[in-house]
Ligand binder design. Sequence first.
Ligand code: NDP
Length: 366
Amino acid sequence: MKSRRDFLLELGGSAFSLPLLSSLASTEAQALAPDKQLRVVLVGLGSYAERVATAMKDCKKARLVGGVTGTPSKIDTWSSKFGVDKANFYSYKDFEKLKDNPDVDAVYVTLPNSMHHEYVIRAAKMGKHVICEKPMSVSVKQAEEMIAACKKAGVKLYIGYRMHFEPYTRELIRMRKAGELGKIMHVNAYFGFKSGDPNQWRLKKALAGGGALMDVGIYCINAARYATGEEPVWISAEEAKTDPVKFKEVDETITWQMGFPSGVIASCATTYNFNNFERLYVVGDKGFVELSPAYGYGPIKGRTHKGEMSWDTSKMHQTWQMDGLADCILNGKPDPNVTGEEGLKDMKIIDAIYKSIAAGGKKIML
Ligand code: NDP
């Protein structure tokens, strides 16, 4: 496997690699003084928050300093597990007290999807930078309001699109931008899994907004955009519902096509009802990249027309992500493609996919 140093050297000539370079370089630098770290509070201490907190233990430029929870019994565990001061835990009702805590720079919203809108806007009003999990909202209107609130407050809004910080994905994008794949001819993207507990919030429309598409299909939407470097101009979609009882409120399995201005079509699918479904295949007239697995926590694996890919998998994705975002917020590094505006683009595509399904698979122009 290549060392991180090899990786840095290989990427060194590419302007595209600069944000990643800075993120990687940060991991080799001396730890910065605490006041130069991005001090982050997680909102909603569930399973993904725990993963982010674990990954942040290895961050050099970002640090977990607190949490917001509706479950007071989590405070002791979180405080001891992640070394966080108990005074920096808040309830949802007390959320606004964060405003008076000068030791918090940013909040990271890891709540169920339909709660993102409210907590992003409340955080922005307090003047805190915001990182929000995907999907950024449950509607286009909500996403627009979140962007407007952050703009008005002069704070950053980033969506938790961790793949943009992940080395295999970064290499795919670099190769496409450098023309190494030639003219992109086709994208095939699929991601899904068999969901368990029928009572979980992910299967309730009021909390999740939608099903597999909003949860994991969104990775394929985002991937089709970064694999082509284009924005789709039309969508067509269909849903297969093999378990109408379990998936009464949300979508189960969806296949869709995204048409791009160059004429390229991305063929995509997502599901909540079976496993072993995770791949991104990008083929151009000079070469290809296949990542599989392509979106999970890793390790990501891949091959190109030149052979097997071998990149650094030593860090959790969220470690790269949080150091990278800290660099943007604290050091003015250029925003990667994970801004609120990028999240909004994906929400518009999700909206078009649902519209197409409702219209019996009709082509929806964007
Ligand atoms: P969990 O159910 O594990 O955690 C959600 C947490 O939100 C709960 O533990 C709870 O924390 C809090 N919460 C507040 N109100 C409610 C409510 N009414 N119902 C349920 N939970 C509530 O979900 P995940 O951590 O898996 O997902 C959270 C977000 O993260 C989602 O938007 C999801 O899409 C995203 N995600 C992103 C991933 C990625 O790779 N980028 C991977 C997994 C999830 P408390 O007890 O502290 O109040």
